[in-house]
Structures are given as C-alpha cells and as structure tokens.
Design a protein around this ligand. Structure first.
Ligand code: HEM
Ligand code: HEM
Length: 228
C-alpha cells in the first residue's frame, strides 16, 4: 500500500488518521458523557483534564489530516455510485470535518469563558481563547453539547452508508479505507496475467465494482482528486 492516496484507494496515512481519529473521538465522547456525573474530587479533576488534553490532541490531528487531504487528494468516486450519493457523501464528509474542528474549539471556548485553566497533559498551559463571561460560557457549553449529538448522528449515518455499500452494493467503498482490503480489478488482472491464467473467477469479479474503468490505477487528475 502506498502512503499517498491513489485514484482508487486511500493511502496508509489517510487510513491511519481516519481510524486513529475514530478511536480518539470514541474515547473522548465516553469520557465526556461520564465525567459530568462524577462527584466532585481529585478523580473528577483528573478525568476532565484527560478529556481536554485528548480533545486538543484531536484538534492537532484534524489539522494534520486536513493538510494531508489537501496535499494527497482523494480517490475518485467508486465506479457505479450515482451522482446524488456522491453529493451526499461529499457534504457529509465536509460536515464531519467542520464538526471535528467545532467540538474541540467550542470545548476550549467554554473552558476559557467559564474561567477554567487548560493544560496539555500537565506539560504546559494553553492560553484562553476569550475572557471569562457567564453568558458566553452558557452558549459555548450548549454548542459543545449539541455539536456532539449532531456529530454522533452524522457518524452513525456515515458508518451505516459504508456498511450498506459493503453489504448490499458489494463495492469497494469500505475496503478502500481498510488496510489490505479487497483486490482491485487491476490487481486481479495483473495476478491472472502473471500466473498465465485466464480472467479471474466470476466469484472474484463479483467482489468488484460493476464497471471499474481500465484506467482506474492511473493517477487521478487534480480536478477529481480534490473533490471531497
Ligand atoms: C472531539 C473533541 C471533543 C468531544 C467529542 C467532546 C465531547 C464532550 C461531551 C460529550 C461532553 C459532555 C456534555 C454533557 O453531557 O454535558 C463534554 C463536556 C465537556 N467538554 Fe468536551 N469534547 C471534546 C473536546 C473538548 C475540549 C478540547 C475541551 C477543552 C479544551 C472540552 C471541554 C469540555 C468541558 C469543560 C466539558 C464539561 C461541560 C460541563 O461541565 O457541562 N472538550 N465534551
Ligand atoms: C468519529 C467517527 C468518524 C468520523 C469523524 C469520520 C470521518 C470521515 C471523513 C471526514 C471522511 C472523508 C475523508 C476525506 O474526504 O478526507 C471519511 C471517509 C470514510 N469513512 Fe469515516 N468517519 C468516522 C467513522 C467511520 C466509521 C465507523 C466507518 C465504517 C464503519 C467509516 C468509514 C469510512 C469510509 C469507508 C470512508 C471512505 C469513503 C469513500 O472512500 O468515499 N468512518 N470518514
């Protein structure tokens, strides 16, 4: 697998960042949802600090992910995907990026306006984003909480779409975001040629997008590579 994204697959960097961020968001969300009900004491302070430090780590990773996305582009749409599905997927992806920024930033803003300190894993202090302000604290807290539920709803729809493509459309949408993954048409054709065999079995081919273009492994043009 290449580091960079190709015309038909996500590369190792995009895949690693995607799944690392999924795990990190899950951990931050579970901590966030449990910590508010804890009784006051040193453990509560520690768990809040952990929530915030992990949230700041997420912010840094999302910046890195977006920069890599701009540099490395994205695979073209999976063959056979209707245009309306591409549009919805694209809108969902950009909304997910927006929320991945909005959550840590609203958390940081709430923390600042509520007058709480902010340290990164006890290593150094981070500046306040705004001065202490009751009203703004209420607003940013609501934004942080509501933003989380919107993120959760979008993630559920996004994951359901990935499973739908995998199980019912039987295409490469999910596997091209997984390491190894399903063999592509070109890889199958190459393997067949190398083995001196005829075309792959019907069973193998049924695993592939119905109309995979023969040029799919050529580098994508900048136009389609940057479409989200
Ligand atoms: C992706 C990143 C983040 C996610 C998914 C997330 C999620 C959550 C959730 C689910 C809650 C519980 C809301 C509730 O039920 O009241 C929460 C609370 C909180 N979060 Fe985050 N958070 C993130 C990042 C941050 C960051 C970076 C900070 C601070 C720098 C932060 C500060 C807080 C604080 C102070 C609370 C407690 C609010 C209260 O006392 O009601 N969060 N967060
Ligand atoms: C916190 C949870 C998640 C977030 C924030 C998230 C975010 C994203 C984003 C922003 C993209 C677009 C990548 C880009 O254009 O740079 C993407 C792609 C993708 N995600 Fe997720 N995702 C999450 C969870 C999941 C889960 C649970 C699954 C599957 C079970 C999944 C499967 C995929 C797949 C297959 C793609 C590639 C789609 C394609 O090639 O068209 N994601 N994800």
């Amino acid at each position: 697998m290449t580091l960079k994204n190709t015309a038909d697959r996500w590369g190792a960097v995009s895949q690693s960042l995607h799944w690392l961020i999924v795990l990190l968001i899950a951990a931050i969300a579970v901590i966030g949802l449990t910590m508010t009900d804890m009784s006051n004491g040193p453990s509560k302070i520690k768990i809040y600090a952990l929530h915030k430090s992990l949230g700041l780590t997420l912010l840094a990773l999302v910046v890195a992910r977006l920069l890599w996305r701009v540099y490395a582009g994205a695979p073209g749409p999976v063959a056979g995907t209707p245009h309306w599905q591409e549009r919805i997927a694209s809108l969902t992806h950009w909304a997910l990026y927006a929320l991945m920024f909005a959550l840590p930033l609203s958390g940081w803003l709430f923390n600042s306006t509520a007058g709480y300190p902010l340290q990164y894993f006890g290593l150094f202090n981070l500046p306040k984003l705004a001065a202490r302000n009751e009203e703004l604290a209420q607003l940013t807290r609501t934004l942080h909480e509501t933003g989380f539920w919107v993120l959760l709803a979008l993630v559920l729809a996004h994951a359901a779409a990935a499973f739908y493509h995998h199980l019912f459309q039987n295409d490469a949408t999910l596997t091209r975001m997984l390491p190894g993954g399903r063999r592509t048409y070109d890889a199958l054709a190459d393997a067949d040629a190398a083995n001196g065999h005829g075309p792959s079995s019907a069973d193998d081919r049924s695993q592939l997008p119905p109309t995979h273009p023969p040029t799919a492994s050529a580098p994508a043009s900048p136009e389609n590579r940057n479409a989200p």
